[in-house]
Design a protein around this ligand. Sequence first.
Ligand code: ZN
Length: 223
Amino acid sequence: MQKLKNKTSAVVVFSGGQDSTTCLFWALSRYEKVIALSFDYQQKHIKELECAKNICRKYGVEHYIMDMSLLNQLAPNSLTRSDIPVDEQAPEEGTPNSFVDGRNHLFLSYAAVFAKQRGISDIITGVSQSDFSGYPDCRDIFIKSLTTTLCLAMDYQFDIITPLMWLDKAETWALAHELGAFDVVRNETLTCYNGIMGDGCGHCPACKLRKKGLDTFLEKLNA
Ligand code: ZN
């Protein structure tokens, strides 16, 4: 992929999962300097942060982990509490129990403060409206609204960039492949709600979504 490098620096909100890892490599192909920012909200699968650390170490990416344990106190959730199992099916109404109230809103707001302190305006996040799993804070309208709010809040020209917004999971795999990051994303990330790296447990909603996309992508690749 051609290196555009129209801007010099970016902050990537980086969880160590499939989507944010793809975004990290997307950013590395475009910016001279990329800083990865992870949040410790006492997620059940702390291994997620280990994946994030390992990937950054391996590829020489500057990495910060911010303490967001307050989020766990505010919003007990199936991703943060071991006594709440993840629903295997999405509910007919409302958000799934893996949705963490305020997560993207708070993470992006903290990322914006972090970025401004370093004179950086571009913030990259792996949210997707195509595969948003019922999470309202993955939708384009939310990102646009938050961008406006952050610009007004800090009188600064933030740009929240969402390379995956209109991609489904198969297209996200294709993008990782195009960026030369397919193997890293497949083997070194953690998306599974049961905390199993790579291809995961196979039956939680995150694994099902990831596998369906992977199968579709591999079918097309091998066609
Ligand atoms: Zn799983």
